[in-house]
Design a protein around this ligand. Structure first.
Ligand SMILES: [Ca+2]
Length: 390
């Protein structure tokens, strides 16, 4: 990675601050003690705990999206909206109640959220390239699950509706191609300015150097529009959890993995559904699933497993990423992004296994958003309150 900025997370800044204050207390009447007093009285903006969360997902193919969605739905009361990308079927004006027409990912998301007890979370079906080749759960969706609202305007309306119900930042967790995020940047710039984006995707040293990473490759134009929004200030610097960090067997789940076995042994309908999804993924595609998206979710939740730093990133015509030479364009080539550098895989997997263990009580339950606002307003968290419906 280039650049001197080894960014600290908000949590690390908080820890440094507290260490300095403690040190100052031990050394009264010194310059350090004065600094400690100043630090103690200075306001430190709290992280966006309590900020509503949007998940943008291509759920229903690789099972990592579904595992991440259930972890979020069970344990994050702030999850408020799920939108889908790389949807099935060519045309949002022809949604199908069943089969392989448009909107099947959104129908699966709707059903999964319902069985996990989160009927309060809205779902909208988003972008499609007209031909997706990785969808394996059609037979798991009951015919009674109605199509979600679909198409670009439905996505923008759902995002605007959420933004209108709250103040301050909105967390956006991208687990799919960047198509929907690009539409928000281009058509809802005021809302884009409130987004704190954590996106799975991009790669510096991709395992297949002749092509771009999956989430970038499937909609290179959208990735370009998002980078342009970062460059011109419409979107705050997003954090990308790179394939370089996520593509490792250390976060693989396969049929004999404890996480899978624990799901397989339970009768809860969401556990049965996830288990069926995993089996179909192994059968149709690969004998394991890497937890790219749950690792990305963990970063968005403020958990400490992913370490990131700022780097300038350039993208070529087919979506491949690189770090430009520092001398290019006087050192200003590329776009400044936070990108993952490493992760604590064992600690992350321990967290995920716990979050998805049916024996672990769900922390979120079925909630209405006004609860998040009440919690945010109670502490030092600023700007994250969710307005109660009038
Ligand atoms: Ca995904």
């Amino acid at each position: 990675m280039n650049g001197p900025e080894d960014d600290l997370s908000a949590e690390q800044v908080r820890e440094h601050r507290e260490a300095m204050i403690a040190l100052g207390r031990r050394l009264p009447q010194t310059t350090l003690a004065d600094t400690a007093t100043q630090l103690q009285t200075a306001e430190l903006r709290a992280p966006a705990v309590g900020a509503p969360m949007v998940i943008d997902t291509d759920i229903g193919g690789d099972a990592d999206d579904a595992l991440a969605l259930v972890a979020a739905a069970r344990h994050s009361r702030e999850l408020a909206l799920v939108i889908t990308a790389d949807e099935t079927g060519p045309d949002h004006r022809a949604p199908h109640p069943a089969g392989r027409g448009y909107g099947q990912r959104a129908r699966f998301a709707r059903y999964l959220l319902d069985v996990v007890g989160r009927g309060d979370i809205a779902v909208a079906a988003g972008a499609t390239t007209g031909h997706t080749d990785y969808f394996c759960v059609e037979d798991l969706i009951p015919a009674t699950v109605a199509p979600a609202p679909g198409g670009r305007d439905a996505v923008l309306a759902a995002v605007a509706e959420l933004a209108g119900r709250c103040d301050g930042p909105i967390r956006w967790v991208g687990m799919a191609p960047l198509s929907n995020l690009a539409e928000v940047c281009d058509h809802l710039p005021e809302i884009a300015g409130r987004l704190q984006v954590t996106q799975m995707g991009g790669a510096i040293h991709y395992r297949r150097p002749e092509r771009a990473e999956h989430n970038i490759r499937l909609d290179v134009d959208a990735a370009r529009r998002v980078l342009a929004a970062v460059a011109d200030g419409r979107l705050a610097k997003p954090r990308f959890v790179l394939s370089d960090t996520t593509f490792t067997d250390q976060i693989a789940v396969h049929a004999t993995h404890p996480l899978h076995r624990r799901l397989a042994g339970r009768a809860e309908s969401w556990a049965v559904l996830l288990e069926g999804h995993l089996q179909r993924w192994y059968r149709d595609h690969h004998d394991s699933t890497l937890q790219h998206d749950a690792l990305t979710l963990s970063a968005a939740l403020g958990l400490p497993f992913v370490r990131s730093a700022t780097a300038r990133i350039a993208m070529d015509d087919i979506g491949r990423w690189s770090i430009p030479d520092a001398s290019d364009a006087g050192g200003a080539a590329g776009t400044g992004l936070r990108v993952s550098r490493s992760a604590d895989y064992p600690a992350f997997m321990a967290w995920l296994e716990h979050a998805l263990d049916p024996a672990t009580p769900a922390a979120a339950g079925t909630v209405d958003l006004s609860g998040a606002g009440a919690r945010a307003g109670a502490g030092v968290v600023s700007g994250a309150g969710v307005r109660r419906p009038a």
